[in-house]
Design a protein around this ligand. Structure first.
Ligand SMILES: Cc1cc2nc3c(=O)[nH]c(=O)nc-3n(C[C@H](O)[C@H](O)[C@H](O)COP(=O)(O)O)c2cc1C
Length: 212
């Protein structure tokens, strides 16, 4: 059986992107996986982005690498990872807009029972990585998604990350990339959450047969 994985993220400088790409590596360890990587578009005005050459360069590169997530991508997926930097302890407007566009899917119950997980990056250690992830869970519960977190389900979780979701701390200038331990957490999370998506699909098939 195959499992479709969507990794939908927003990133300004590339920290969340690095986590997203490493989550994909972990997901690829699961046999039968198909992966789509998507980056949400910037909402800031062009002149604001142009004032920050690092942001402009990263946006150019990421826009060339990844298209924007669509409702078709969300409907296609069995497993969806949502990645966002923190903004004052909350998700970015860019990722929130991805969620806010899901009305037509919500009406149809099209995201019900899909497996979801959230990951984030902050500048500071206690700068809101956990609150950002938890804030993202609110709409996912409305959509009927089944949230799978890393928990402390692997020894790596005692070295980095949070049990709520993969994360990194990028420092005051957002230029400290995720550490090897952060990436190991992301890889573990990618594999674990994808496996749960596949288990759910296999389990649903088995349930249908048993109840027939
Ligand atoms: C408007 C704004 C608000 C932010 N709020 C927080 C915050 O509450 N806590 C924190 O630690 N970092 C905060 N940050 C920093 C980013 O979340 C952080 O640099 C992140 O690692 C960037 O990820 P990226 O490289 O994927 O864009 C904020 C940044 C901006 C621009």
């Amino acid at each position: 059986m195959e499992v479709n994985v969507l990794i939908a993220f927003y990133s300004r400088y590339g920290n969340v992107r690095a986590l997203a790409e490493t989550i994909a590596e972990g997901a690829r360890e699961v046999q039968g996986v198909n992966i789509r990587m998507r980056r949400a578009a910037d909402l800031a005005p062009e002149e604001v982005i142009a004032h920050d050459p690092r942001w402009a360069a990263a946006r150019k590169e990421m826009t060339e690498a990844y298209s924007e997530p669509t409702n078709d991508d969300l409907a296609w997926a069995d497993v969806i990872f949502f990645g966002t930097p923190t903004r004052y302890g909350n998700p970015t407007a860019e990722m929130k807009l991805v969620i806010d566009k899901t009305g037509p899917l919500w009406v149809q119950g099209a995201l019900v029972d899909k497996v979801a997980s959230v990951f984030t990056s902050t500048s500071t250690i206690h700068g809101g990585n956990e609150s950002t992830i938890i804030a993202m869970l609110n709409p996912l519960m409305h959509l009927g998604m089944i949230v799978v977190t890393p928990g402390y389900a692997d020894p790596i979780m005692f070295q980095a990350g949070t049990p709520y979701g993969a994360s990194s701390v990028s420092g005051p200038n957002a230029d400290q990339p995720p550490t090897e331990a952060d990436l190991a957490v992301a890889r573990f999370t990618g594999k674990r959450v994808t496996e749960h998506g596949l288990m759910l699909k296999l389990g649903k098939e088995a349930l249908a047969k048993q109840q027939a």
